[in-house]
Design a protein around this ligand. Structure first.
Ligand code: G6P
Length: 488
């Protein structure tokens, strides 16, 4: 069986793995052999060309350092100030400094140069996320002929937003150098298809730009999940119970409304607080009987737009407190800190409502983890943004438009008033779906597609530009995958 090489910007650290994704990929590596490759987290003046190989809690990890300047252009610059906002349709928050592309490209080249000598000819390479779109191109340029897959953890943008990204043609051509591209949701595959269909050869800046040949690249939806059964166990573990008891002492009979998100503008946190404010304003009977807990660990805080989101949220939470709090009652708690999975599982289990209302999100695993953690005899209600990939998996949640704070506020009220029978029915359907889309099957399904490409799907090692018509391009044989997503 061929080895698996996982590549991502961040590598798993020491200690208990933080997320379900890291746990699932560790499992893949323990069963299939291989290693994890990525950035060490260190910045140095003159990074060594070769990777350092370490054993981290039984996992083989190869890492490289980056220079401060390259890292800034690659991570805070091109990845998180251009690609992230554009892919999340927030062009208003993008900072288009096209020179960052050079640093982004350089870091991808540095990854490729350090990874190549570690690769065996039949290793299968699985690259994760928007930081590393050009990696397959760079590896192939150096002569690698391995099968390579790419998984996009964030949404694929609309064509307009894509066109706002400097060098988007090169990036899309880079995507075509993978054998398999996985996306979170069907809507992402539709957006990709829209781009592939509408691209046409054009003349730009005096250069002839040819449409990109995706005929060797399979593109399909592989919705990621969590391990809901593990969350079910974790939610009654001693560590979770400790958190529940702590909270019960503070909350008494108040029902908990819970949000857990990185502090990111894509998560719709100000809109969420506004919806809660409206709930309290329109339903006086609920004051003193509900409490919103928003857990929001800070993220990417060197970027101005993230600092501004944080400031906005501070101000909004202060406003709601000032308006509704009384000496002996607080409407909300806002914690800018990360918690471990056991504590979160406890919080999920005691929450009457989970507010998962991103403005746009690849999948959103909080929704999956909340569902897994519920007490089957008294489950909470999931209020879920229709713009999260999870909405395709969880139609039994209360789906809302997070931009419409009246609608979210009304969904909150419905969730709080929902009779036990209906809560049980909805939760049973949600749990079934969470189990069906578990993270282990997701990883196996993607890797099976990637490794079993077969001889009719040779690796995309050639440099052929598509010269046919755009409509042929949209549906080349074996190119776009089946219209229905695989059963993961
Ligand atoms: C999202 C991205 C991941 C990223 C994570 C945390 O989930 O899809 O690739 O690792 O956010 O962001 P950070 O910038 O801290 O790595």
């Amino acid at each position: 069986m061929s080895r698996i090489v996982i590549v991502s910007n961040r590598t798993p650290g020491k200690g208990p793995a933080a997320g379900g994704l890291a746990v699932a990929l560790r499992k893949v590596l323990s069963e299939r052999e291989g290693f994890w490759f990525g950035w060490s987290g260190k910045l140095t003046e003159q990074p060594a060309r070769d990777a350092r190989i370490e054993d981290i809690d039984g996992l083989k990890v190869a890492q490289i350092d980056l220079s401060r300047e390259d890292h800034h252009a690659y991570y805070a610059g091109f990845s998180n100030s251009i690609l992230w906002p554009s892919f999340h349709l927030r062009l208003d928050l993008a900072t288009i400094e096209s020179h960052w592309y050079e640093g982004y490209r350089r870091v991808n080249q540095q990854f490729a140069k350090a990874l190549l000598p570690l690769l065996k000819p039949d290793d299968v390479v699985w690259v994760h996320d928007y930081h590393l779109i050009p990696l397959a191109s760079e590896l192939r340029q150096l002569g690698a002929r391995n099968r390579m897959g790419f998984y996009l953890h964030i949404p694929f943008p609309t064509t307009d937003a894509l066109y706002a990204i400097p060098h988007h043609e090169e990036l899309m051509r880079d995507l075509s150098r993978y054998d398999l591209v996985g996306m979170q949701a069907k809507r992402d595959v539709v957006a990709f298809t829209e781009f592939a269909e509408h691209q046409a050869p054009s003349t730009f800046g005096g250069h002839k730009v040819q449409a990109i040949d995706f005929s060797r690249t399979e593109v399909d939806a592989f919705p990621i999940g969590s391990d809901p059964d593990a969350f079910a166990r974790l939610s009654v573990s001693p560590a979770a119970t400790k958190m529940v008891n702590r909270m019960k002492r503070v909350l008494g009979d108040q029902r908990l409304i819970l949000g857990v998100d990185r502090l990111d503008y894509s998560k719709g946190l100000p809109q969420r607080v506004e919806a809660y404010e409206k709930l309290l304003a329109n339903n006086a009977r609920l004051r003193r009987s509900v409490h919103l807990l928003q857990v929001a660990p800070p993220s990417r805080d060197s970027i101005k737009e993230y600092q501004e989101t944080s400031d906005t949220l501070d101000a909004m939470c202060g406003r709601v407190m000032g308006h509704f709090a009384e000496p002996d009652w607080q409407p909300l708690t806002y914690v800018k800190r990360a918690y471990g999975q056991p504590s979160l599982a406890g919080l999920y289990r005691m929450a009457r409502v989970a507010l998962v209302t991103p403005l746009r999100d690849g999948m959103n695993l909080v929704a999956h983890e909340f569902v897994g953690s519920q007490n089957p005899d008294d489950p909470g209600v999931l209020v879920l943004s229709r713009f999260a990939g999870a909405a395709e998996i969880f139609p039994e949640g209360l789906l809302v438009n997070p931009f419409d704070t009246d609608e979210t506020s009304e969904a909150l009220r419905m969730a709080l008033d929902m009779p036990l029978d209906e809560r049980k029915q909805r939760w049973a359907a949600l749990m079934k779906s969470a189990q069906k889309h578990n993270v282990d099957d997701w990883a196996v399904s993607f890797l099976n597609h990637l490794t079993q490409g077969g001889p009719d799907k040779p690796s995309a090692t050639r440099d052929v530009l598509y010269l046919g018509s755009a409509s042929e391009l949209a549906t080349p044989p074996n190119a776009m995958g089946s219209p229905t997503p695989p059963a993961v």
